[in-house]
Design a protein around this ligand. Structure first.
Ligand SMILES: C[S@@+](CC[C@H](N)C(=O)[O-])C[C@H]1O[C@@H](n2cnc3c(N)ncnc32)[C@H](O)[C@@H]1O
Length: 222
């Protein structure tokens, strides 16, 4: 069994499916953060037309980008999340919107076509470092030669509350009832820059946004 399907990873995938199963109605409204409103103009500045929204959940960001004219593919491991997104597409948009949804693991995702940009929101910090690097490497496989990755890296405040195990790289695996199997890790600026360098990703834009999150656009250089 390789990196992807070790036991703790399977528990992590179960955590997300269990969490999404509890949700009966998708949140379709984007959160009221300034950075969210700025994403379309940042992507337009680099002539980005097609995006894959990695770990899209029930798809609010995918829909917001599709409404702005981007061709969007939303991918999430949770079938329940994808069902919610598909339902929103049908009920709210009458299927008349350029957003497709797929249930796949973003560490091994394979799209039938290459896109201009991978978008990653509220997701990176739920992977331990080795898998987070895998996530970026795998997105590169699905991007065109001239491409971009846009990501928002949250500042995660790790309090001592709750029960958790600490993995070797400092990632927490939670054990409490509601978070059992969830991973959480804070990525420092230095670490992110190190990872970008390792993967030959050139930083085009790095902004501190709402709640001290880092909103970052990198260019893929092959
Ligand atoms: C905190 S939510 C963020 C959802 C969405 N990006 C947003 O901004 O609201 C994290 C998402 O990552 C998804 N996820 C976790 N591990 C994944 C994996 N290996 N492959 C695909 N999706 C995954 C979960 O199902 C969940 O929808």
């Amino acid at each position: 069994m390789g990196l992807d399907y070790q036991e703790n990873y399977l528990r992590n995938l179960d955590f997300w499916e269990t969490a999404w199963k509890r949700v009966s109605k998708a949140i379709n409204k984007p959160p009221d953060f300034a950075y969210v409103k700025n994403i379309p103009s940042l992507l337009n500045k680099y002539n980005i037309k097609s995006v894959v929204d990695l770990a899209c959940g029930s798809g609010w960001l995918s829909f917001m980008l599709a409404e702005q004219g981007f061709q969007v593919t939303g991918v999430d491991i949770s079938e329940s999340a994808i069902k919610l997104a598909t339902q929103v597409k049908k009920d709210i948009y009458k299927n008349q919107i350029d957003a497709e949804f797929l249930s796949q693991d973003i560490l091994s995702m394979k799209l039938d076509f290459k896109v201009d940009c991978a978008v990653i929101n509220a997701c990176f910090e739920h992977f331990n470092r080795e898998r987070a690097v895998e996530l970026l490497k795998n997105s590169l496989e699905n991007l065109k030669d001239e491409a971009y990755i846009y990501a928002v890296f949250d500042q995660v405040a790790l309090s001592d509350k709750g029960e958790f195990l600490e993995l070797a790289d400092g990632t927490r695996e939670y054990k409490d009832t509601y978070r059992a199997g969830m991973f959480l890790r804070n990525y420092s600026d230095e670490e992110l820059k190190e990872i970008f360098q390792e993967l030959n990703l050139k930083i085009l834009s790095w902004e501190i946004v709402d709640n001290e999150s880092r909103s970052v656009l990198v260019q893929v250089s092959r």
